[in-house]
Design a protein around this ligand. Structure first.
Ligand SMILES: [Zn+2]
Length: 493
């Protein structure tokens, strides 16, 4: 009656445009305050419980491409509905996080800066002290709010008729999350025998400790890889990106829909990010002018998102440009990020002779990341499942993560270490998909595919499809391959 699907789509598109632009302006340092509240108020009807139900109902009667569109809409309706329920808690959490200070050895450090200070701290005892103080503050001040948020999204999913949050997201993502967790369990088993052999030498090099002696607080230092800073100079970062994109036929300087924001501003986010108010017409790639391995990786990752969205076909339906299976966009982000750890790229673009140190470190950190995410999905499937006993979950979290990573894992982060809506599944599937893109590019265009215009044309034809197809169907159509974690495990064994 008063509910109109096309109007819903138009409103959703407008909402995303406003919210993404607001985040861009704030995080890029153009605007001190993040004013999202009025945007949510203007589009309140999008995320009411009735809207989630209406979209779900329309979806049940649809088939083929219409079902895909409605499923993608169903997910954004659910995401937004749960977001609306927890918004005031999220605001309180963000304000608290921004205001809290921790005490370490008589010095006070802001709660949010603590991980950065910890990653740059060479003394392991002080790293452990920073992490312990941060975890104590988390448990004491923030976890009560996190728990309240978790319980309210769980009940909202049940009120909408799903047995659990897990079932809600398995439905709107059309993904068997339990089966995916099992598959990653096999990945963890497959990479277990070679794990210490790959990781220990890099741990020794970065923190001087092997698995068994290592504490969780040392891991940030390991990822930081300060010994590789010399290979990744700040002043080469943006030119390296321009040259790489030129190699695949993209001239960033004339690509008017992708805005490269490199200016430094006092309140600009210290991390690279991509924002997409209008796909493909208005895409921002924002980067800090710093450098080092992690900044290069982050910049190329975000450039993968920016080019995917920037090359998306403008004629596609809104759902296929803005929504869909984010495993797809994350796979392109990992593909470009992976260049910064590829011998051919390091040699050709950065002129690094003997890139082994960077390659070995990248392999070890990728393995730790993937095993961490394999544990995260197993944990989140339990945490959000219909039979979850929240009383035992801190212990389950610590034991699942601790076992797969091989260090004692704290319980305190059992709530803050959870991304909404099972985004963990997108990262995991994207890591597997990236192996296929890389293999396909290598077979078709050789190891230096990043300097081949034909490879660029092939990639742009993939990117032009937006996220019309999910990862499985896209891979099948584009390369006749099937998503398989065994190949990923083989690379890391
Ligand atoms: Zn990403």
């Amino acid at each position: 009656m008063s509910w109109d699907l096309d109007e819903y789509r138009r409103d959703a598109e407008l909402f995303l445009e406003e919210i993404d632009r607001e985040y861009y302006l704030h995080l890029a340092g153009h605007k001190p305050d993040l004013e999202i509240e009025p945007i949510y108020e203007r589009h309140e009807a999008l995320f009411e419980r009735g809207a989630v139900e209406q979209v779900g109902e329309a979806r049940r009667d649809a088939e083929g491409e219409q079902e895909d569109r409605l499923r993608y809409l169903h997910q954004i309706a659910l995401d937004g509905h749960l977001g609306a329920i927890t918004r005031s808690l999220d605001t309180r959490l963000a304000e608290l996080e921004a205001s809290l200070e921790i005490e370490v050895g008589g010095e006070s450090v802001s709660y949010r800066m603590a991980p950065v200070v910890q990653a740059n701290e060479p003394d392991p005892e002080r790293r452990a002290a920073i992490e312990a103080a941060r975890n104590a503050t988390l448990a004491d001040r923030l976890n009560p709010l996190h728990l309240e948020a978790l319980e309210s999204v769980h009940s909202a999913c049940e009120e909408l008729g799903w047995p659990s949050y897990l079932d809600a997201y398995s439905d709107v993502r059309a993904l068997d999350l339990r089966a995916l967790a099992d598959e990653l369990g096999r990945f963890a088993d497959g990479t277990e025998p070679g794990y210490a052999g790959i990781v220990d030498p890099e741990l020794e090099r970065t923190v001087g400790l092997a698995l068994g002696e290592l504490r969780r607080s040392d891991l940030v230092r390991f990822f930081r890889a300060a010994h590789l800073d010399g290979l990744f100079p700040g002043e080469r970062m943006i030119p390296a990106l321009r040259e790489t994109l030129a190699g695949i036929g993209i001239d960033l300087a004339t690509q008017s829909n992708v805005v490269l924001d490199t200016e430094s501003r006092p309140t600009k986010s210290p991390r690279a990010f991509c924002s997409t108010p209008r796909v493909p017409a208005e895409v921002y790639l924002v980067m800090p002018p710093i450098g080092g391995r992690e900044d290069y990786a982050a910049l190329f990752h975000e450039a993968g998102h920016a080019e995917h969205y920037g090359c998306t076909e403008a004629e596609l339906a809104f759902e296929f440009r803005h929504l869909g299976d984010n495993s797809v966009t994350e796979s392109y982000a990992f593909l470009l990020e992976g260049l910064t750890a590829s011998p051919a790229w390091l040699e050709k673009v950065l002129g690094v002779e003997g890139a082994e140190a960077a390659i070995e470190h990248a392999r070890a950190s990728r393995l730790v990341f993937l095993r961490r995410y394999s544990a995260k999905i197993a944990y989140e499937v339990e945490l959000h499942g219909p039979d979850a006993d929240l009383g035992v979950m801190p212990e389950r979290y610590a034991s699942l993560l601790g076992e797969r990573i091989g260090v004692d894992w704290p319980r305190e982060t059992w709530l803050s270490d959870v991304d909404p809506g099972f985004y963990v599944a997108c990262y995991l599937r994207a890591w597997a998909l990236e192996v296929d893109w890389r293999a396909e590019l290598g077979e078709r265009f050789g190891a230096e595919w990043f300097a081949d215009g034909e490879a660029g044309a092939w990639l742009r034809s993939l990117w032009s499809r937006g996220q019309r197809l999910d990862a499985d169907r896209l891979l099948d159509e584009a390369a006749g391959r099937k998503l398989d974690f065994a190949r990923l495990a083989a690379e890391l064994s």
